[in-house]
Design a protein around this ligand. Structure first.
Ligand code: UD1
Length: 368
């Protein structure tokens, strides 16, 4: 094996699809390891089918646990795989626990680490993903960034510029590739919403684990839904929180349409025709920018500032007045048009594969 690619959680799957295809296209021998961090059919299986990702060669089947246990278990199970496969490098994507866990195992064994979607920083260390991003980048040999300014974050942390390559956004490769196959909204909802609709997603622990914060968000959404139907695919973490905190009544309000977690093609269809998207997801901030759909991010910061500077994203926080004000402005025709960021053109994975081919060549010469 030249490169052992790693995925674990839902936001990894759409990033690995074009990378696996481009590696194969470049004649690079790649294998796919799935850590099993996400395992539900709705969070996992259907993405492989929808996106045509090769069946994982190895599944570590770790499942859910506390951060420490989950990370440790991935490390424990990944080490023998690395030993067995002896790859030239491993390739990790994004910022989930599977990303740092496998990167750390490889770095300690002297195996090169390639990080796709490097250099993003929210500068908020209370966010588990921020820890994963900072640490993974520190131990990566090759860092592929999605937005040009990310190199400044890496330079500040002492990472040599020669390791960093600006290639664009592989998740947007996936979006371009699949847009023609997006599932129409009416099919997903089983009804037509003539006045349009908004889409809501929530899953960040900082938004969904606390009763006051989540209760306030759900009440605010219920107010919006009185004017504009809100389609709300529920992440398992959020579903569990709502039940535990006794907030389920807010889902029963007029205009709120709760769905189970959606497949990629369904989600694309929902976002593409939405009047607004409200989210705390990282990926959706980028997808809405690529689609030109207004996005209100229910967080106090973003690690993806280009979606605000160039795209359609606005950071609105979690305070009710600010959210309602921003929604009203958008529905009255306000808001920004946005433009497509550089290299978000569907060819990021091809650029990555070209660089990796060169890197593998140089390495093989050095070894020989
Ligand atoms: C993880 C990532 C997060 C990403 C998100 C997308 C980390 C630190 N977090 O968060 O960056 O945005 O995925 O979904 O890696 N669960 C299921 N079925 C599953 C997986 C999870 O029911 O297939 C439930 C379990 O109750 C679990 C909870 O969701 O305890 C949280 O799962 P976990 O993988 O720990 O983190 P996410 O919140 O999904």
């Amino acid at each position: 094996t030249d490169i052992l690619c790693v995925v674990g959680a839902r936001p990894n799957f759409m990033k690995i699809a074009p990378v696996m295809a481009a590696l194969a296209g470049a004649g690079i021998r790649a294998k796919l390891v799935h850590t099993g961090q996400h395992y539900d059919a709705a969070m996992n299986g259907r993405f492989f089918t929808d996106l045509g990702i090769p069946h994982p060669d190895i599944n570590l089947e770790v499942g859910s646990a506390s951060h420490a246990l989950q990370t440790a278990e991935i490390m424990r199970r990944f080490e023998p795989v690395l030993e067995q496969e002896q790859p030239a490098a491993i390739l990790v994507v994004g910022d989930v626990n599977s990303t740092i866990a496998c990167a750390l195992v490889a770095a300690k064994r002297g195996v090169a680490v390639i990080h796709v979607e490097a250099g993003l920083r929210s500068h908020d260390r209370s966010m588990p993903e921020e820890i994963n991003r900072v640490l993974t980048d520190q131990i990566s040999d090759l860092l592929f960034i999605t937005e040009k300014d990310a190199h400044k974050n890496l330079a500040r942390e002492g990472i040599a510029a020669a390791r960093v390559h600006f290639v664009g956004n592989v998740m947007i490769d996936t979006l371009h590739h699949n847009l023609p196959r997006a599932v129409p909204v009416a099919m997903t909802l089983g009804e037509v919403l003539p006045e349009g609709y908004g889409v809501l997603t929530l899953h960040r622990p900082s938004n969904v684990d606390d009763a006051d914060i989540l209760g306030n968000l759900l009440e605010t959404v219920a107010m919006i839904a009185a004017d504009l139907p809100i389609v709300f695919p529920l992440h398992p973490r959020t579903r569990a929180s709502i039940d535990r905190l006794g907030l389920a009544a807010w889902l029963d309000r007029p205009g709120i349409k709760v769905l189970p977690p959606q497949g990629y093609l369904e989600m694309l269809g929902l976002m593409k025709d939405a009047r607004i998207v409200l989210t705390d997801s990282g990926g959706i901030q980028e997808e809405t920018t690529a689609l030109g759909v207004p996005c209100l991010t229910l967080r106090h910061n973003t690690e993806r500032p280009i979606t605000v500077d160039e795209g359609t994203n606005t950071i609105v926080g979690t305070e009710r007045k600010r959210i309602l004000g921003a929604v009203e402005e958008l529905l009255n025709g306000g808001g920004k048009a946005g433009r497509i960021p550089e290299f978000w053109d569907g060819r990021a994975a091809v650029r990555i594969a070209a660089i990796l081919l060169h890197w593998l060549d140089a390495r093989n010469h050095a070894v020989a």
